[in-house]
Structures are given as structure tokens and as C-alpha cells.
Write a protein that binds this ligand. Structure first.
Ligand SMILES: *Cc1c(COP(=O)(O)O)cnc(C)c1O
Length: 361
């Protein structure tokens, strides 16, 4: 019997599993599993979305000029070299589609975002996982893994799920060591959470093989709308624009993103609240014997004695209506990733983990 067969690599993909949002039989569930903004979206974004609904019979803009110009003005970037995607996921996927294929290698770090190997395999390319040093990306190990087949290096900075960062001098060293035909993708999904950090934009300005990706899903609270963007050399952006769908971004999503970007006070408040609650939660957990690396994002990676303890704590939290992210699929089974919620959310999860630890003492 013959049957349709997908392209090589596709059946090797382990489908992405998102953060859970329900626990059977438990009410008042607190979801801290997807690094969403606990404050929800900016009210201005909601208003823009509602207003755009009236025009949803119209096709959206194909050039995304409104949002690109707003991003360019806000971050001091050349709007002509900004690319908008259906979440930064689409930008990452299109970069792989354009620059990697069968026989090629795509490097990501050991505990890098799990979409990277999916993007590589979807194009028939081989994902190559490179060891980290104590949950921090290791530039020397990345450079040592580069071969003549390497086409792309994905590096999230700060990284998800570790929350750790690589310094600008280290990124500069990575770029200096990479062959010019290898594309370095700096994934800045959490860049806004780091004060004074440009997400790698300055490196994009200086090099023909560096691209930065960003998103409205995390800080800006628009995960459900799917808006991301990339910034790169003109050639790379020109390539992405050739292969994307002409109407990839919906008009309501573009309008809401522009409004969210404009709500500067709301963003500042969210950032301050995140830092306060993150530092508080990390300190509370450390007190009960659950340490974490200093996080540069809106989550912490809590470390437990071993996989069994992390799994037991995950289960205990679930029974108490709190959903965090188990890390087995990242080879971090001894950890749980906890999104920073409101002060009340953080208090609830801190108390539950303290009670769990006390029960076992
Ligand atoms: C959440 C996340 C993304 C993707 O976000 P989109 O919702 O697709 O914009 C990309 N990279 C990392 C590291 C993330 O955590």
C-alpha cells in the first residue's frame, strides 16, 4: 500500500506542548505556566482591538507599515528592516525555511527554547544541541559545534526556561568567531524585561549575519493575538518578505500591538511590578531550600533536590490549583519554571511550595 509521506525530518518532531491551563476537578486555577503578563493586556490595546473589529471585512495591510514605523520610532530602529510575524514563532520558522534545509545543521543551546529544533526539523535540517555551563549558554561550546554544514545559531537572550543571560562582550565574541555565512538569531522574547538592554539591535546594525526577534506575547500581554517581529540586515528581511504570506498579520492584531506599544506608562508599571514580585518570590523560595538562578525575565527556574521532588511539588501545586511548567522536556526535570504573577499570585505559590517542603521535612 502506498500512502502520502511527509518531507524528511517532519515525523522526527516532538509536537510542542504549551503550558496547561486547567486541572480536572480544581477551581480557582492559577496559571503560571506560559510567561504571560499577569496584568492582562493594556486597556488601550483592548480598545484598539474592539475598534478594529468593525472593519474586519477588510483585508489587512500587507506591509505592516503602521506597526513597523511605531516600532522603529520607539526603539530607534530602521523601520524598513523590521519584519512582522504571527508571533516571533513565525519569524523563527521562516528564518529556518529560508536558510536551512536537508543536510544543514541548526545550533541551539542545551536548554534553549524548544521551538528551535522543531523549526530545524520542519525544514529537514539537523538540530544540534550544545552544552551550557550551569544553565548559561557557553560561547566556546557553540563555536566548537560549528561545522561547514551549520547555517543558523539560535540563542535566546535572556533564555527561556533558564532566565539567564549572555553578556554583550560574549555575544561579540560569538559573532567574531562565526563564519560570515552562518546566521545568528538573537531571540529577544524577554529583552524588554532587562533594563537598558537593546535585545541585540546594535549587533544587527554592525553585522550582515545577525537577526533579532522580539514579541508582543510576554511583556505586552498579547500572547493570544500572535504578534512578533524581527530586525535584521536588509537582505535577510527581503528574503523573509518574499516567503511570508502577504496577509500574515490580521488587522486587529496590528492595531492592538500598536496601541500596546504606545501605552508607555502601563509598560513601565508592569516592569516595576515584575521586578518586585520576581525578587520577592525568588527570596521566599530560597528561604525554604528552593534556589534559582538570578532571572532576567518574567519567570524563575526553581531548582529542587532531584526530579522526584520536582515532580512531587508539581503535583502538590496542581492539587492546590496552581499550574507551573514541568521541565522534563528540557532535560531540567529537577526544576519547575514559575511565571511571575501578581503579588497575590506569588504569595499563593510561595506559600504552597513552603507547605510542600515543610510536609517533606
Ligand atoms: C514565548 C517565546 C517565544 C515566542 O513567542 P511568540 O508568542 O511566538 O511571539 C520565542 N522565544 C522564546 C524564548 C519564548 O519564550
Amino acid at each position: 500500500m502506498s500512502a502520502p509521506r511527509p518531507q524528511p525530518g517532519i515525523l522526527e518532531i516532538t509536537p510542542y506542548v504549551g503550558g496547561a491551563s486547567k486541572v480536572a476537578g480544581v477551581e480557582n486555577v492559577l496559571k503560571l505556566s506560559s510567561n504571560e503578563n499577569p496584568a492582562g493586556p493594556s486597556p488601550r490595546a483592548v480598545a484598539a482591538l474592539k475598534a478594529a473589529a468593525e472593519d474586519m471585512h477588510r483585508y489587512p495591510s500587507t506591509d505592516h507599515a503602521g506597526l513597523r514605523n511605531a516600532l522603529g520610532a520607539r526603539y530607534g530602529l530602521d523601520a524598513d528592516r523590521i519584519f512582522c510575524g504571527v508571533g516571533s514563532d513565525e519569524v523563527l520558522m521562516l528564518l529556518c525555511q529560508a536558510y536551512a534545509g536537508p543536510g544543514d545543521e541548526v545550533i541551539h543551546t542545551e536548554h534553549g527554547f524548544s521551538l528551535y529544533p522543531i523549526c530545524a526539523l520542519a525544514q529537514g535540517a539537523q538540530p544540534v544541541a550544545v552544552k551550557e555551563q550551569d544553565r548559561v549558554a557557553d560561547v566556546d561550546a557553540i563555536l566548537a559545534a560549528v561545522t561547514s554544514r551549520t547555517k543558523i545559531v539560535f540563542l535566546a537572550n535572556p533564555n527561556n526556561p533558564t532566565g539567564t543571560m549572555v553578556s554583550d562582550p560574549e555575544i561579540a565574541r560569538l559573532i567574531a568567531g562565526l563564519p560570515g555565512d552562518v546566521l545568528l538569531v538573537l531571540d529577544g522574547a524577554y529583552a524588554e524585561f532587562v533594563e537598558g538592554f537593546d535585545g541585540g539591535a546594535a549587533f544587527v546594525e554592525k553585522h550582515q549575519n545577525v537577526v533579532m526577534t522580539r514579541t508582543f506575547s510576554k511583556l505586552f500581554g498579547l500572547g493570544g493575538l500572535r504578534v512578533g517581529w524581527g530586525y535584521g540586515p536588509a537582505d535577510v528581511i527581503g528574503v523573509l518578505n518574499r516567503i511570508r504570506q502577504p496577509f500574515n498579520m490580521s488587522a486587529p492584531a496590528l492595531a492592538a500591538a500598536e496601541a500596546a506599544l504606545d501605552d508607555v506608562d502601563w509598560v513601565e508599571e508592569t516592569l516595576a511590578e515584575n521586578v518586585r514580585n520576581r525578587d520577592w518570590l525568588a527570596a521566599e523560595l530560597a528561604k525554604v531550600g528552593v534556589p534559582s538562578d538570578p532571572s532576567h525575565a518574567n519567570f524563575i527556574l526553581a531548582r529542587f533536590a532531584d526530579e522526584a521532588e520536582a515532580a512531587a511539588c508539581d503535583e502538590y501545586l496542581k492539587q492546590n490549583g496552581i499550574i507551573v511548567r514541568a521541565m522534563g522536556s528540557y532535560n531540567l526535570g529537577y526544576c519547575l519554571r514559575i511565571t511571575i504573577g501578581t503579588k497575590a499570585d506569588c504569595t499563593r505559590v510561595a506559600e504552597a511550595i513552603a507547605a510542600f517542603k515543610a510536609d517533606r521535612a
